[in-house]
Design a protein around this ligand. Structure first.
Ligand SMILES: Nc1ncnc2c1ncn2[C@@H]1O[C@H](COP(=O)(O)OP(=O)(O)OP(=O)(O)O)[C@@H](O)[C@H]1O
Ligand SMILES: [Mg+2]
Length: 475
């Protein structure tokens, strides 16, 4: 018997429902049928000889079928990627099915086709918190008939025999099949063409029943009865209503805000998206044909990108609120930053980088430029002298070991002439005692190679807060 879920504190079922319904909006029937199978698994009472649950998810495009499986992975395993996903569109001919199970030894293609459905792959999508693997066969109606045969074995006995004879055990899995079967009929039902009953004359309940019937009929027509009998639940997704669409947009905006907060840290700001701007995004990002599929792209195009441009231009002060509204033209959003504290003016503009390693030089140069510093490079003490004379940088980043001298001696020379310069040493080795003492004395920070761009930038930024340079002379 499979072991019950053994994490220290598994998420309670109520919380699971709550978490999932916040991620998958307006599809309660999907959540209702999925949760009991997770309880079954946790109880340890799931039968060993078949998958824990088999679900066929049907319904119009962009209503959350695939999102449901991703959201479940987020809740159970902490990442939407913890799903073994098979895009059935890739397996439209029977011989392509070999890509799933690997060709038997001796056959052409053995060795160069790595099976996609192995025990190892199933294990990869588990997590320390949960030992249930989620397997998604997306758009199954697109796959060749051999796929149905293969699935029959998995659904019935929870085993799959690979090309090389090994058996894969699917007992600890939830299997999701999604399909657009009946989608055309559903579309006609949702948005009848001229002369048919207008959608408005039915209640949402009547439409739901009608969609269920269309879905079941399409499934029975397409799959054999023995296949249909092995499916535990057929769920028909509903067209999203206005309230659900608004909630999905809220999610996207919330995600964007969270991204801003985590990426910009102390420099971050808030968003205030007006009702008009929300309506603008919903109008362009949702439709009966594509559900909420385009919403994310519209948010990206009309909100994320213009916001990124503002940030890159330094037009948003830390702590500001960016008000988002519909532009006067009516075909774009306007972003208006308000408040926040201006960043202190930059004291460091030009940075000299001295290293005889060409690759590091180029990398550092690019990194600095991407943070809008001007970079000047030199590959020896002699070159550095010339660069100092001709360009007069505000900061210098010096390699410890140089072909014609060393970084510490160079730093002392530079600071002797320009005590207000910021000097940073980079080194791939420990400094000798005397050099270390000099650096400490002159307050020269040491960057240990390899370092991240951010480490260098943070160092430079921290030194921007003007250090009284006078003490350098007395040091
Ligand atoms: N019910 C929903 N809850 C939350 N987000 C949703 C929902 N429906 C759609 N979305 C949004 O739209 C995107 C597309 O949805 P999803 O991929 O789940 O569509 P689908 O139903 O699988 O459609 P298809 O039949 O075309 O594969 C999601 O990534 C999500 O951003
Ligand atoms: Mg999908």
């Amino acid at each position: 018997m499979p072991e019950a879920h053994d994490s220290a504190e598994p998420i309670r079922s109520d919380d699971l429902i709550d978490l999932l319904s916040r991620k998958v909006i307006g599809q309660p029937s999907a959540i209702e049928v999925i949760i009991p199978s997770i309880q079954l698994h946790r109880s340890g009472l799931a039968p060993e000889s078949r998958p824990v649950g088999v679900f066929l998810l049907l319904g119009p495009t962009g209503t959350g079928k695939t999102r449901t499986v991703e959201a479940l992975a987020e809740v159970l395993h902490g990442s939407s990627h913890k799903v073994l996903r098979i895009d059935c569109g890739e397996f439209q001919s029977d011989h392509e099915i070999a890509k799933l199970i690997g060709a038997p030894p001796g056959y052409i293609g053995h060795g160069d086709s790595k099976p996609r459905l192995t025990q190892g792959h199933l294990a990869e999508v588990k997590s320390p918190d949960c030992d249930l693997s989620l397997v998604l066969f997306d758009e199954i109606e697109k796959a060749a008939p051999a796929m149905t045969q293969l699935l029959l074995g998995i659904l019935d006995r929870a085993t799959l025999r690979l090309g090389d004879g090994t058996e894969v055990d699917f007992a600890q899995t939830l299997i999701f099949l999604t399909s657009n079967l009946g989608a055309r009929g559903m579309m006609d039902a949702i948005k009848p063409s001229m002369g048919f009953t207008p959608a408005g004359s039915r209640t949402p309940g009547e439409l739901s029943t009608q969609l269920d019937q269309i879905a079941i009929q399409a499934v029975r027509k397409h799959f054999s009865p023995e296949f249909v009998n092995r499916i535990d639940h057929v769920v028909t997704y509903r067209p999203l209503d206005a309230e659900s669409v608004a909630a999905i947009l809220d999610q996207h905006i919330f995600e964007l805000e969270r991204h801003v907060h985590t990426r910009l840290g102390a420099r971050s700001f808030d968003l205030d998206v007006s009702a008009g701007a929300r309506a603008f995004l919903i109008e362009r990002g949702t439709s009966p044909e594509y559900g909420a599929r385009e919403l994310r792209r519209m948010v990206h195009r009309h909100l994320t990108q213009p916001l990124a441009a503002l940030v890159a231009d330094d037009a948003v002060h830390p702590g500001a609120v960016v008000h988002v509204d519909v532009a006067e033209s009516g075909d774009a959003l306007s972003l208006r930053p308000e408040g926040g504290a201006a960043r202190p003016e930059r004291r460091i503009e030009k940075v000299l980088v001295v290293d005889d390693n060409e690759a590091i030089l180029r990398w550092t140069e690019r990194a600095l430029r991407s943070h809008r510093y001007e970079a000047v490079t030199a590959s020896s003490v002699r070159d550095a002298g010339r660069a100092m004379a001709s360009t007069r940088p505000d900061a210098a980043v010096l390699d410890y070991v140089l072909p014609d001298g060393d970084g510490v001696a160079l730093a002392m020379e530079i600071l002797g002439d320009h005590p207000d310069m910021v000097v940073v040493l980079m080194s791939g080795m420990e400094l000798d005692e005397e050099d270390e003492l000099v650096c400490r004395h002159l307050d020269i920070p040491i960057l240990t190679k390899p370092f991240l761009v951010d480490e260098l930038v943070v160092l430079l930024e921290s030194r921007e807060a003007a250090v009284p340079r006078a003490r350098w002379r007395t040091a």
